[in-house]
Design a protein around this ligand. Structure first.
Ligand code: NDP
Length: 363
């Protein structure tokens, strides 16, 4: 019998960004696995903007364990599929232990799967080789169909999705321009990830910076933030430009009652029509059956060959989850936001030390 520390949603959150009062830390006994089930210990918890939408929108109810994707290790098993010691992707949520196997519900399209720690660090199943990577791949490759020589602009460029979008676009021969907040994020995107340019949305004159960075206009825009950043990009769209509307994180704390998607659409409508643009709304769940296998094969090869790099923003200890979650929503993360819940036995001691010293750049 193990103790199972976890975070519950304390209330349906009010306006704005997360605060301490939204979450409650509890310790209960971990469940015993039933027939054809296994008990897993969470190693990494993924913190993602969509979780805030679920909580604010009442999909997650007070008293429930907060939802989240995880990488876990099987600690006890009554299953022939999940054996003790196996590493798996699953959705334990913000808790230390969870079940997987027969009769255990998982979050709609996020099917549990086995991970091979010899192919890539297992944490990548929550980032570059997981739903975030697939989001980037689906929006850029499947929806926008980039051609070599085109200019691709991506917002939240240093984040989990944005860093992958830009690097894939570079590999496909595009000119890539990132938009990020802090200057150190812009520097990272240019020097470590190899984007052609990166402009700060905090710069006093974002328009002038975009004019310099996009001398041939914009052919593809990968939208992660909306709001003022989208408004700044609008004048640069070329005829026939494409947009993948992936997310609008600048709107997730807004409470003016307006539908963020409708506001965004209205802002761009005249430009979309004039430039005969294609605007694709993205929901990654729609691309799991059709594109996940192709994505894992191509991205696995790119990551394995060091052609795609990734940065993780790793906090240590489940207690840190609410603070790390708020930091991510407010732009204080730097890379894919993860919480290390338990020690990762798949890492060698050198990598563990490197990570403890704050270096979470991989690939
Ligand atoms: P990130 O790691 O990119 O973290 C969020 C980043 O957003 C922050 O680091 C910050 O970067 C930026 N940001 C926050 N507030 C603002 C603001 N007001 N204006 C401009 N930038 C802001 O998160 P993810 O990679 O996890 O997610 C990126 C987007 O992808 C989100 O919108 C998310 O909802 C969406 N998404 C959509 C999916 C789909 O199926 N459509 C699936 C998965 C994710 P900076 O400091 O550089 O400004």
């Amino acid at each position: 019998m193990y103790d199972n520390p976890h975070w519950q949603l304390a209330r349906t959150p009010p306006e704005g960004w997360p605060t301490d009062g939204d979450f409650r830390y509890e310790i209960e006994a971990a469940p015993d696995p039933g027939p054809n089930q296994a008990l897993t210990r969470t190693l990494y918890l993924s913190l993602d903007p969509y979780q805030w939408g679920r909580r604010r929108g009442g999909i997650e109810v007070p008293g429930e364990v907060c939802h989240g994707r995880t990488v876990s290790q099987v600690t006890a098993s009554r299953s022939t599929v999940y054996r003790e010691g196996d590493y798996i992707f699953n959705t334990n949520g913000w808790q230390t232990y969870g079940l997987v196997g027969e009769g255990v519900s998982h979050f709609n399209y996020m099917h549990p799967r086995q991970l091979d720690a010899t192919l890539a660090p297992i944490s990548t199943a929550l980032g570059v080789l997981g739903m975030l990577g697939l989001t980037a791949y689906a929006g850029l490759v499947a929806q926008c169909k980039p051609q070599a020589g085109e200019t691709v602009v991506v917002s939240a460029a240093s984040g989990g999705v944005g860093q992958v979008v830009g690097q894939i676009a570079s590999l496909l021969g595009c000119r890539v321009v990132g938009i990020a907040g802090a200057q150190h994020k812009c520097n990272f995107v240019r020097t470590e990830l190899g984007f052609d340019s990166c402009v700060s949305h905090r710069a006093p004159n974002l328009r002038a910076a975009l004019t310099a960075a996009c001398p041939d206009g914009v052919d593809i825009y990968f939208e992660n933030v909306g709001g003022a950043v989208f408004e700044a990009v609008l004048p640069y769209f070329n005829h026939g430009a494409r947009i993948s509307l992936c997310g609008m994180i600048s709107q997730y704390g807004n409470t003016d009652g307006k539908d963020a998607g409708e506001v965004w659409q209205a802002m761009g409508a005249a430009t979309f029509a004039r430039q005969q643009m294609n605007v694709h709304r993205l929901f990654v769940g729609n691309y799991v059956d059709s594109h996940q296998a192709e994505f894992l094969e191509r991205m696995g090869a790119w990551v394995g060959a060091g052609r795609i790099r990734y940065r993780e923003d790793l906090s240590s200890g489940l207690e840190q989850a609410p603070a790390a979650f708020a930091a991510m929503l407010e732009g204080r993360n730097f890379g894919k936001t993860l919480v290390g819940v338990g020690d990762d036995p798949s890492l060698d001691s050198a990598t563990t030390l490197r990570r403890q010293s704050g270096n979470t750049l991989g690939g």
